[in-house]
Write a protein of this length. Structure first.
Length: 502
């Protein structure tokens, strides 16, 4: 299961792969593309030529392999209104280009046509030798109204580009090529200062996590910028660095065991619990939102010990939290009270007016929580969608406040109650799994786990309950807030990291 926690980084380096990955992720691939201002300005000039009545135009986009030429052209409809891109594959005879363009009228629906000759970045000798023939076949067409198109050919071979452009100029001069470029435009792509943000945005959209989760912080990536001639080079450097970091963590986890750190946020106000959990997590599985968590580490005004310790690990902080599968879950007050009534000892039951309860409703309340659903998924079982129970009675909230007041000195007894509720519910659902409560586990490098649930030979879901209150509680302040839970989470994660020597 560690493979699913530390998944490989996806950074497609070619447009075709990007579109496939984007489709799988349900995103528009053009949304992952950054603007290339100089190239955009050039397209604008070529379109202006057409609009001025000067006829169609041919131009070679000459640039290094991996600089983003094809990606740039295919994403132009995102940045320009009224653009329709016609892709010409390598098997098409370029002499047939006028007929292909004419047949696209219905599909183009009156938009400006931009023709892309792709996958011939290093033209074959036959393309070079035949260039005079197809330029002659294009000449009259580009002078007609139907030929008011921009024809772009992406190339990486400067010698071939020079030869083909000279042939175009020789055949039709500015009836085929723009006068200022004579058929060749040097494509530079996006600036290097944007490489990291593009890679980060791509990873985030394709996987739900940015580069930090894959062990590549902005600081780590800075070393790759200067030696990367193209954005594709940069992507490859980032992928290699992430793979090395991931391999390292996987080997440590296989050797020392895999703890999944899941914080259970108990509280007296379901809305406040939900707000805090929502602000600290992302996605449908309640994983910690790395950007929110890492902002706390990056705040130099935060002089707390945990923040200083995390800064020592800043380059891998995001990946460490993902390696621990750090998540935060809401536990509403009715679940907490059910657990204490059914499984608490005399000390924690003491403040309750109703000191006993039926186990079936207690188990039902736990089953309705997101954490139980996610636990079933990790155990390889089907789980119905979690759902919030109905309105929680004021009397139940008051009962929770009474037991929360004991958390400072008796949180172990409270943890035992909720742990036993998990154990009972799992058994009732036919899951014979080992549950250890408030015990040190040698299989997880001796970590003291509040509630450990074995999900594999050396893999545990480690539940860490924290008993909080919005209305003061024993501390007299709102301890349910994001500002209180982030330090708790980061401090708890540090203990796991230190115990596992990560």
């Amino acid at each position: 299961m560690t493979e699913s926690i530390l998944s490989p980084l996806q950074l497609p380096r070619r447009w075709e792969v990007l579109t496939d990955r984007a489709e799988e992720a349900g995103v528009d691939p053009s949304d992952l593309v950054e603007r290339a201002p100089l190239a955009e300005a050039r397209i604008d000039q070529l379109l202006s030529r057409i609009q001025s009545g000067s006829g169609g135009v041919f131009e070679i986009l000459l640039g290094k392999s991996g600089s983003g030429k094809t990606t740039f052209v295919k994403s132009l409809p995102r940045f320009f209104d009224n653009i329709f891109v016609i892709s010409i594959d390598p098997g098409v005879d370029l002499n047939d280009l006028p007929q292909i363009i004419k047949r696209s009228d219905q599909e183009a629906k009156g938009k400006h046509k931009l023709v892309l000759i792709e996958k011939r970045d290093n033209p074959r000798q036959a393309d070079i030798d035949g260039s005079r023939d197809y330029f002659i076949s294009w000449l009259d067409f580009l002078r007609e109204s139907e030929g008011n198109v921009v024809i772009l050919w992406t190339m990486t071979d400067p010698n071939a580009a020079k030869e083909i452009a000279e042939t175009a100029w020789d055949v039709g001069r500015d009836s085929i090529c723009a006068h200022d470029s004579r058929g060749v435009f040097s494509f530079e792509g996006v600036g290097k200062s944007k490489y990291y943000d593009i890679a980060d945005n791509t990873a985030l959209n394709l996987s739900g996590d940015g580069l930090e989760a894959y062990g590549v912080s902005r600081e780590v990536a800075a070393a790759f910028i200067d030696k990367s001639e193209t954005i594709s080079d940069f992507f490859q450097e980032v992928i290699s660095a992430s793979a090395a970091s991931t391999t390292h963590f996987r080997s440590l986890i296989r050797e020392r065991g895999q703890p999944r750190l899941w914080v259970l946020l108990h509280g007296d106000d379901r809305s406040a619990i939900g707000h805090t959990v929502g602000s600290l997590t992302q996605g449908s599985h309640w994983q910690v939102d790395l950007s929110r968590i890492l902002d706390t580490i990056d705040d130099n005004h935060n002089t707390a010990t945990y923040a200083k310790e995390w800064r020592k690990r800043r380059a891998n902080a995001g990946q460490l939290l993902r390696a621990l599968d750090a998540r935060v879950f809401a536990i509403p007050p009715n679940v907490s009270v059910h657990a204490v009534r059914c499984f608490g000892d005399g000390v924690v039951k003491g403040p309750l007016k109703n000191k006993s309860g039926a186990k079936a409703p207690a188990a039902a309340s736990l089953r309705s929580t997101p954490v139980y659903k996610e636990l079933l998924i990790v155990l390889g079982k089907e789980a119905s969608p979690s759902k919030a129970s109905g309105k929680i009675a004021d009397a139940t909230i008051e009962e929770y406040k009474a037991i929360q007041a004991l958390a400072r000195n008796n949180d172990e007894k409270l943890n035992q109650a909720i742990g036993k509720l998990f154990e009972y519910t799992l058994q009732e659902d036919g899951l014979d799994v080992e549950v250890s409560i408030e015990k040190r586990s040698d299989l997880i490098s001796g970590i003291q786990v509040d509630i450990g649930i074995r999900v594999g030979q050396a893999e545990f879901v480690c539940l860490e309950p924290t008993w909080r209150s919005k209305s003061g509680g024993d501390s007299g302040q709102n301890t349910l807030s994001e500002g209180h839970i982030k330090p708790y989470l980061l401090d708890k994660a540090l203990k796991y990291i230190a115990a596992m020597d990560l």
